[in-house]
Structure formats: C-alpha cells, structure tokens
Design a protein around this ligand. Structure first.
Ligand code: AMP
Ligand code: MG
Length: 363
C-alpha cells in the first residue's frame, strides 16, 4: 500500500492499548523484542500482512515469523507439534529461538511465502508479549527495517526507515541481544538451523542431539584464510530470507577475524589502502586492537571502539546501530574486527558476512 500514513511514536506502557488496537484493525506496529525491533501485523489477517511487505519493500517469497505471547496460541497455527518442539519451547521460550513447524490452514499463504511450514517464536521482551496479549492475535513480524538495511535495535532506527509507512512505533528503548532469533527447522530430519541467532547451536545440542548447525555464511566457515568475496548468496535456501543481501549499510563493509595481531595488521593495510584512495574510513574493533591502530591518521577515519568485557556480545548488540551511525557520518568504508564462530559468534559472523557481501578475511 502506497498511501502515506502518519506514524505515531509512542512510549510504553501508555502506547500499548493504541498499538494493540491498531493491530486488531489491520494496522502495522513496530515493537521492541529482545533481539531487534519487529514490524507486526495480525498474522491471521492476509491484507494486514501484505502491508508489511509493501512497507519494507520485502520480497514476497520471504516468509515472516509469527510471534506468540502464550503457548496456547501455537496449536491453532500448526498441524502437529512434535515432542522436540515442546522440549525446546520449555527450555528456550520465551527467547530468541524460532521453530519451523507444519502449518495449519489458519496461517495465510502470504505469511509463509507459500511454504507448507510456519515459523513461530515467543519473544522474551515484556513489551512484545504484552502487546501480543492485548491484541489477542498471533503477530507476524519481520525486523522493522527497510528490506536490505541493517536491522533496527532502537525506535529511532525504525523511524529512520519506516516513518510515514506504518501506524505505530512503540518505543521500548534499545533491544538487548541485537542479532535476530535462531531459526530451527523441526520438519527436517535431523532438525537443522536455517539461520544462526540468539540461541546458539551449542545450547540447542544440549536439548536436541544431532541438530545440524547453520550452513557457513560467506567468510565464516572454518579454516579458509584470506577468502574474501566468496559471496553470501549460495547454498540451498530452506529459509528463503537467507538468500537475500541483508543488513547492509550504504558504506562498503570489510571484516577481518582471527589472530589478534594479524587482524590488527590486516585492518591497518586495508585502512591505509582506502585512505590513500581518499575514502572516509570507519573502524569498529576491540580496544586492544584499536591501540595498535591509534596512529592511523587523517580526519577521514571515523572510529568506534567497543569497550567492554565481551567483545562478541557487544558487537552483536551494537553492530547494527553502529552501521547506521557510520552511514549518517558519511563513512564510505567500514572496517570491522570479526569474532570466532563459536556460540553467539555464529550469528554475528553470519550477519557480518552478509553486510560485507562476503568481504570477510580470516587471518
Ligand atoms: P526476518 O525477516 O529478519 O524476521 O527473518 C525471518 C527469517 O525466518 C527469514 O530468514 C525467513 O526466511 C525465515 N522464515 C520465516 N518463516 C519460515 C518458514 N516457514 N520456513 C523457513 N524459514 C522461515
Ligand atoms: Mg530482517
């Protein structure tokens, strides 16, 4: 739908009833979850869900995750609910785990991209759950960004992309985890991670032996050194969304991960090359790495160092908002220190690989 909409930016809890009402009447509401902001519509209202695709510019074959506030909402959405789903829900819901299950007739085609499955999760955020509870319907919600842009982790990010296109943005402050949910296909045998996310493969394995890890994204695979540019678009698209370029800022992104000394050296080489060519360079790295690069000269280096105990966790939480910030500052190249692919690193490197369109170096 192309008609302009005036978007109401509302605080919580005051805005919850207005937002729930909007959802019940076919409106679009952006709301915080523990991963990123979601753009919600009543999942059982085909016309409402279609508006999500229009607002985001999302390819229509990319299905949308259905969010619930309570386990009783799941049964009507699925044809069957395997025992493994029960065990996983018990352990990880509410939380950043999405389960792909056989869909029921209640779920419109537009939600699933015509697939015979539906992806469901229960978010671990009080605002998200209270909104869904008050709306009284399951809520289909992809990330609340324009398709292809970095996911939104703050209400301002949502406004930047979607103001004038949706009815309500609920401002619940910055989100916590920062990367999206893990998408687990329980209709595959053995169950397979389609997209790495906030619940790690290691955690899933502790409940469900034999679960298959996510296919390696460009540059995040084991072993290969110096393999920039292998492309993030290859491989089977069981989770259709994963075949699209994602999370990308306007700036060109390059990622270097591995041995800290070599990472520092490679980041320096890359930065110097770009600076020589007159490009505005931004750096996102750990403080220890930055100390070795502090002399990189020129007013054209925009720096952001993530200072804290766990660089991997911080990077997950802040990378999207940093990419947006660097865009606002006019960076032409963003150089990022990557992380190992264990634990949450699998999700972080997956997203970085896509933002970088495969320009990832393991050193
Ligand atoms: P987002 O658009 O960021 O919310 O991501 C949703 C992800 O879940 C995309 O990668 C979708 O392709 C995936 N997804 C949603 N529904 C299904 C489904 N029924 N089967 C497989 N993947 C799904
Ligand atoms: Mg998304």
């Amino acid at each position: 739908m192309k008609e302009p909409t005036s978007t109401r930016l509302l605080k919580v809890p005051e805005g919850l009833d207005v937002a729930a009402e909007a959802l019940r009447h076919g409106g679009l509401v952006a709301f915080p979850t523990e991963t990123v902001y979601g753009l919600g519509a009543n999942a059982t209202d085909e016309a409402a869900v279609k508006r999500i695709f229009a607002a985001k510019g999302r390819p229509v074959d990319n299905p949308i995750i259905v969010h619930v506030s309570d386990l009783v909402q799941v049964a009507p959405l699925v044809r069957n609910y395997p025992a493994a789903a029960g065990q996983l829900a018990e352990r990880f819901w509410p939380g950043p785990l999405t389960l792909v299950l056989p869909r029921s007739g209640l779920v419109p085609d537009v939600v699933t991209g015509g697939l015979d499955t539906v992806a469901i999760r229960m978010p671990d955020h009080p605002v998200a759950r209270e909104l869904i509870r008050r709306a009284g319907v399951p809520v289909a919600a992809p990330s609340a960004n324009l398709s292809g842009r970095p996911s939104p982790t703050r209400a301002e990010d949502v406004m930047e992309d979607l103001a004038g296109r949706i009815e309500v943005v609920l401002d619940g402050g910055p989100t916590g985890i920062g990367v999206e949910s893990t998408v687990l296909d329980l209709t595959a045998d053995p169950p397979a991670i389609l997209r790495p996310g906030g619940v790690t493969w290691e955690q899933l394995r502790s409940v469900l032996q034999g679960v298959r890890p996510a296919p390696a994204a460009a540059g995040s695979g084991a072993g290969g050194s110096d393999t920039g540019g292998s492309g993030a678009e290859s491989g089977p698209a069981r989770s259709p969304g994963t075949k699209y370029t994602h999370y990308a800022p306007r700036a060109r992104v390059e990622v270097v991960a591995g041995d800290p000394t070599r990472v520092g050296r490679r980041l320096r080489e890359l930065a110097q090359g770009h600076l020589k060519a007159g490009r505005r360079v931004a750096l996102l790295c750990a403080p220890s790495t930055f100390r070795g690069l502090a002399d990189l000269g020129g007013g054209t280096v925009l720096r952001r160092v993530l200072d804290g105990l766990d660089y991997k966790v911080l990077l997950a939480a802040e990378v999207y908002s940093q990419l947006r910030e660097f865009d606002r500052q006019g960076a032409e190249v963003v150089l990022i220190e990557g992380v190992s692919t264990s634990g949450l690193g699998a999700a972080v490197m997956d997203r970085l690989g896509r933002a970088a369109a495969g320009r990832v170096w393991r050193v």
